[in-house]
Every structure is written in C-alpha cells, then in structure tokens.
Design a protein around this ligand. Structure first.
Ligand code: GDP
Length: 139
C-alpha cells in the first residue's frame, strides 16, 4: 500500500557541525511535516542492525563506525509522494554527484559522511521509522 511517509536521519557529521537547524528548515520549506523527531546516538550494534542490508559491502565496518561516532537526529516525515520527493531533496549518495541545492550538495563531506539518510521505498520507510519511534511518539 502506498504511504505518504518517509524516514530520515541527520548523520553524525552534520549534527556535529551544527547543521541540524538548517537542514530541518530546508525539509519543512520543501513541504514535509515532521511526524516524529529525536536527538540520539546509535551503538555500533544498532548501527550495524540499521545498515544490515549492506553487511557484505567493503565499506560496512567503516559505515557502522561512522554512524555510531556521534549524535544523530532521526525523523519521520509526511508529504504526498514522500519517499521519492525526499530522495530528490537530499540528492545523490556521493555529494560530488549531488545536484545544486540538494541537502547533500550543501552539507555532505564525502560519500560516507553524506549528512543525511533517506528511505528508498515505502516498505523501508515504515521499517526504519519503527526502528526509532514507537507509535505513541508519531504525531
Ligand atoms: P543512500 O541510499 O543514498 O544512503 O545510499 P546507500 O544505501 O547505497 O548507502 C548507505 C550509506 O552507506 C550511504 O548513505 C553512505 O553513508 C554509505 N556509503 C555508500 N556507498 C559508500 C562507499 O562506496 N563508501 C563508503 N565509505 N560509504 C558508502
């Protein structure tokens, strides 16, 4: 079933550098409503679980270490066509290929420390949102 929600998290590099407010502002100005939001930190085990789909990739140990290296800001967002529109707003995985004005082009430092996550399907948006937020925390 189609959904109008997606999941995002501002990653450790962008939180540490004080971009949380700027990024959240861009998200709201693009028409997304914040359904849930928190500042938290992943343990290496939880980071590994979140990115389990990539566990066979060479970059997985580095990715897990990076994602557990500092605070993150997970959010559930709502908008028509949320998953696809949000992927457009954040831009390509590698900021070198991200279009001008996208969040990754503006704030990412590298293909790994790329400032922000965005779910790639409605199914993953639901799984990832529930990974961080109970139903009672979603408004
Ligand atoms: P996304 O959907 O655009 O986030 O990209 P992927 O699902 O392919 O990758 C998940 C995350 O792993 C990315 O957002 C990056 O943080 C990291 N990543 C992806 N590709 C690479 C890579 O080639 N090297 C490193 N070090 N990290 C990567």
């Amino acid at each position: 079933m189609a959904t109008n929600r997606t999941f995002t998290m501002i990653k450790p590099d962008a939180v540490a550098e004080g971009h949380t407010g700027s990024i959240t502002k861009l998200i709201e100005e693009a028409g997304f409503r914040i359904v849930a939001l928190r500042k938290t930190r992943l343990t290496p085990d939880r980071a590994g679980e979140f990115y389990a789909v990539h566990r066979e990739r060479g970059f997985y140990p580095d990715l897990v270490r990076y994602m557990a290296s500092g605070a993150i800001v997970p959010m559930i967002l709502e908008k028509e066509n949320a998953v696809a529109d949000f992927r457009k707003l954040i831009g390509a995985t590698n900021p070198a290929n991200a279009e001008a004005g996208t969040i990754r082009q503006l704030f990412a430092k590298s293909i790994e420390a790329n400032a922000i996550h965005g779910s790639d399907s409605d199914e993953n948006a639901a799984v990832e949102g529930n990974f961080f937020f109970a139903a009672t925390e979603q408004f």
